[in-house]
Design a protein around this ligand. Structure first.
Ligand SMILES: [Zn+2]
Length: 503
């Protein structure tokens, strides 16, 4: 990889897409909400379609999600001459990007796939990827343990109740509705092609495709830098990965120590002898020997006060701290979630000086690492700033969450007047899993201004097939034409897909 020069080359002005022309690219975005599935169709000089499918998944929390993905895969098959995909890109290992390869495998297994592309982080022959994987595996095991334990607890205080709900939402990226690991789904995607996957990392010349002369594909992420992946606990903790990191270790240890049937671990820091006192679970279930203790605990820590004074909170659960040690699960879950998002394979497709950017779920760490990149193409040097300045189409990263589209080193650098964008998000589904800031208003506002309103969201009202009109007309900016198809209305109403001709 070549490093950044001391002086940056100035971003070039974007050449104006002429409205009369043929589209460079047709993109069909499926509209499952929290989840990605994008079919990119380029044309070869002979006029043959060349298809790139990016991801196929849905978040586990979405009602009838599996059936919806089934409809999507059927549509994909119908729209690709019986299921021919030239390149399948799997951006990262999260359920909402790969579930379809497992749950709709009966249809996907009838597809022909020319190549599978993944990030270096998925390569089992890559020592750093293996190390990351160990970290992830141990952390997930600890989180699952904490999740199960919290599930079985009653009268959690409000804070821990939120931790439990948040944990479920985050673990939904890792596990399917019936507990399947996301790894099975990723591997099902890899098996759709007889050839081994191609693994990509930033650096080197842009990738070209013989059938598509003029197209350059730049790999911007994921970075090799662990700090950029945000998978380290602290900058000072140099090699925590193989052990699962301090947070995962603490959680694992706490789970063992608090295990119902494991008396072998003793809390050395306890201020009392371990044979003194009553076990809380025995007290709460009424099995403890001392009935006075049972009554006291019930009155003050578990049961609602029947005749609470006006200023008194009848719910006494806030006094309980017995589950609070699992609060670190919230931090660990966030760390893992961001870390995996940051392993997203980020691709910028460049044709005729215009760039179509597909950043997967890259979060800030991944984005910030791009600024060091540059590529030599013929006599030219191409920088990330240059690519962003020429970006005319953006698949918004990570469902438009707050920390997945930086302002200064992201949107502010996208200066093309032709910019348009798509957001794979459904606000109601996000609310159901307590992501009240997804999509993030600040990014929506900035995007609306930058694109002059040319933003399509998976939950847009007009995609349901109603009379409502989109908020923009076409041809405009990079959009030559828009088509859409609503879902089967017997299920949850919404769009099945929206398709754009782009130039
Ligand atoms: Zn996602």
């Amino acid at each position: 990889m070549s490093r950044k020069p001391t002086t940056r080359s100035k971003p070039k002005a974007t050449s104006a897409p002429a409205t009369e022309q043929e589209p460079v690219l047709t993109v069909r975005h499926y509209c499952q909400g929290i989840g990605d599935c994008h079919l990119l169709t380029f044309k070869t000089p002979e006029g043959k379609p060349f298809r790139i499918l990016i991801d196929c998944g849905i978040h586990v929390s979405i009602k009838d999600g599996q059936a919806l993905v089934g409809d999507i895969v059927t549509d994909l098959k119908d729209n690709t001459e019986g299921g021919h995909i030239d390149i399948l890109v799997v951006t990262h290992e999260h359920w909402d990007h790969v579930s379809g390869f497992l749950t709709a495998n009966d249809v996907f297994s009838t597809f022909t796939v020319g190549e599978v592309w993944m990030a270096w982080t998925e390569n089992p022959a890559d020592a750093e990827a293996v190390e990351l994987d160990k970290f992830k595996g141990q952390a997930l095991a600890a989180l699952q343990g904490a999740g199960q334990r919290l599930e079985g607890m009653q009268d959690l205080n409000p804070y821990m109740g939120r931790v439990r709900d948040g944990l479920q939402a985050v673990l939904g990226f890792q596990f399917g509705a019936t507990g399947q690991r996301v790894r099975l789904a990723r591997d099902a995607a890899a098996k759709l092609c007889k050839k081994a996957p191609r693994y990509f990392e930033p650096g080197g010349p842009p990738t070209t495709i013989p059938q598509l002369p003029g197209l350059n594909i730049y790999v911007l992420g994921p970075p090799r830098d662990k700090a950029a992946l945000r998978l380290e606990d602290q900058a000072g903790a140099m090699f925590p990965l193989a052990r699962g990191g301090p947070l995962a270790q603490a959680l694992t240890c706490g789970l063992k120590m608090n295990g119902e049937n494991d008396a072998s671990l003793i809390d050395e820091l306890s201020p009392f002898e371990h044979n003194v006192g009553s076990s809380l679970s025995a007290v709460l279930s009424g099995d403890a020997d001392d009935s006075k203790v049972i009554d006291y605990v019930r009155e003050h820590y578990s049961e609602p006060i029947e005749h609470a004074a006006p200023q008194e909170n009848p719910d006494q659960s806030w006094r309980r701290i017995d589950a609070d040690w699992m609060g670190i699960a919230a931090d660990l879950a966030l760390q893992i979630d961001r870390g995996v998002n940051n392993t997203s394979l980020v691709l910028a497709f460049e044709f005729n000086d215009r760039v179509f950017l597909f950043p997967g779920d890259a979060q800030i760490g991944n984005w910030l690492s791009w600024s060091d990149l540059e590529w030599t193409v013929g006599q030219k040097t191409v920088t990330t700033n240059d690519l962003l300045a020429r970006t005319v189409y953006l698949k918004v990263a990570h469902h438009c969450s707050q920390n997945a589209t930086p302002q200064k080193q992201g949107l502010d650098l996208m200066t093309s007047p032709y910019l348009s964008a798509f957001i794979p998000t459904n606000r109601d589904d996000a609310k159901n899993v307590h992501w009240t800031k997804m999509p993030y208003e600040g990014i929506l506002t900035a995007l609306a201004a930058k694109t002059k309103g040319r933003v399509i969201r998976a939950d847009d009202e007009w995609l349901k097939g109603s009379e409502v009109k989109p908020g923009f007309e076409w041809p405009s900016g990079s959009i030559l034409a828009v088509r859409s198809k609503p879902r089967d209305q017997a299920r949850v109403p919404g769009g099945l897909w929206v398709e754009l001709d782009l130039a």
